[in-house]
Design a protein around this ligand. Structure first.
Ligand SMILES: [Zn+2]
Length: 312
């Protein structure tokens, strides 16, 4: 594990461009990418650099940029080695970082709310196969594993076989169906990973931002970033290879925010019948959970967004 500094520099704003930057500072060896393109007849060169946090070149580059009035973009982060990952007791996993599909309640997936929070519906238990938006099929096919905006995880046959052959504990698999615009459905050649065990609540103080994203009723949510030491040894008792977090890290819409969002939407675009998916604009479906057909709006499984895997 080491601290790394990433820098994005608009080299076309420098008097001698990227070449001048490299010659003056000797940072060419730190280049990870150079983007060279033209937008609206303006030639742009973006240089990406990566340094170890203690690298003396960082200061040199910053001074050079300051001299020429160019502000770099970037920041410091922790970079983990393969060895770090193998030795970690827990990993926070996402199937594909930049892809999220639409699935869940709006497409006909059913949930038991008996033990769910009446406000945010954390604790809702999925009781049917998972339905996904048929518009997502092309995206799903591109990935061996993909996750939904509502955090269900889908894997292809090869990935499923790997998990089964490895004897991974704490999971079972469920069918996936695509919901079409006309209300019909078809099978999807993917399995949903169903994860049974939830970790206890994370330890550590909540930040002011976390408080904003906590459910006012059940206090789940928050944790917009993972605390340093979220669990103690005793918290790991009963842990499986795949586990759910008690919280979530992602996009919880506090009730007032949800309301503000819905108020912004034109009346005519609001869905009135659960069955009439075709009346729900795609974008709207992506970002909201709105009351539909007499059902309460819900955020199924929002509390257990992340799966974690214990390394044995
Ligand atoms: Zn709640």
């Amino acid at each position: 594990m080491k601290q790394v500094i990433s820098m994005r520099i608009r080299a076309h704003d420098l008097p001698e461009g990227a070449t001048g930057l490299f010659e003056a500072t000797g940072c060419k060896l730190r280049v990870t990418d150079i983007e060279d393109f033209t937008v609206l007849n303006v030639h742009q060169v973006i240089v990406w650099l990566k340094f170890d946090a203690e690298d003396p070149l960082v200061m040199k580059v910053r001074e050079y940029l300051k001299k020429h009035g160019v502000e770099p973009w970037g920041g410091e982060y922790t970079e983990y080695s393969d060895e770090d990952r193998q030795n970690a007791r827990l990993l926070w996993m996402r199937p594909a970082n930049d892809v999220e599909i639409c699935a869940g309640f709006n497409y006909g997936t059913e949930y038991d709310l008996t033990n769910a929070c009446p406000n945010c519906h954390a604790g809702a238990k999925q009781t049917s196969v998972l339905y996904v938006d048929n518009d997502e099929i092309a995206t799903i096919r591109k990935h061996r594993a993909v996750q939904a905006w509502t955090r269900e995880v889908l894997v292809d046959g090869g990935m499923r076989k790997k998990l089964v052959d490895a004897g991974i504990t704490g999971i079972s698999f469920g069918d996936v169906r695509a919901r079409h615009e006309n209300g019909k459905w078809s099978m999807v050649a993917r399995d949903q990973i169903l994860i049974e065990h939830s970790m206890p609540p994370m330890r550590g103080e909540l930040s002011a931002k976390d408080e904003e994203y906590l459910c006012k009723v059940c206090r789940r949510g928050g944790r917009m970033s993972s605390p340093d030491k979220p669990y103690r040894e005793e918290d790991l008792v009963g842990m499986k290879d795949f586990n759910l977090t008690w919280e979530w890290f992602g996009e919880f819409w506090a009730e007032d925010k949800e309301k503000r969002r819905s108020e912004k939407a034109p009346e005519s675009k609001r869905p009135r019948h659960a069955q009439s998916h075709e009346h729900i604009p795609r974008r709207w479906r992506e970002i909201t959970r709105l009351d539909a057909g007499g059902h309460r709006a819900m955020k199924p499984r929002q509390h257990n967004l992340q799966s974690t895997r214990a390394i044995r």
